[in-house]
Design a protein around this ligand. Structure first.
Ligand SMILES: [Zn+2]
Length: 73
């Protein structure tokens, strides 16, 4: 579930909100819906390289039968 960072246009409060497609986020301080979306924390995390050393022989999912053995890779 995506987490977005917002800044309230009305009171300047910055906060994070879990946002589903049909949900309109509100400022927790003043309940305003005039918000600036800043960035997704998922997008931030995705831009950084994952440490592969922690993974198994597959190199991506750790499946013991090797690369391509699992359904995902
Ligand atoms: Zn506000």
């Amino acid at each position: 579930m995506p987490i977005f960072e917002y800044r309230c246009d009305d009171c300047g409060r910055e906060f994070e909100a879990l946002v589903r497609r049909s949900t309109v986020p509100q400022c927790p301080a003043c309940a305003s819906t005039h918000l600036d979306k800043k960035l997704s924390t998922f997008a931030t995390a995705g831009s950084q390289p994952e440490p592969m050393a922690a993974m198994g022989p597959c190199g991506s999912c750790g499946h013991p039968d090797g690369p391509g053995a699992c359904a995902l890779h």
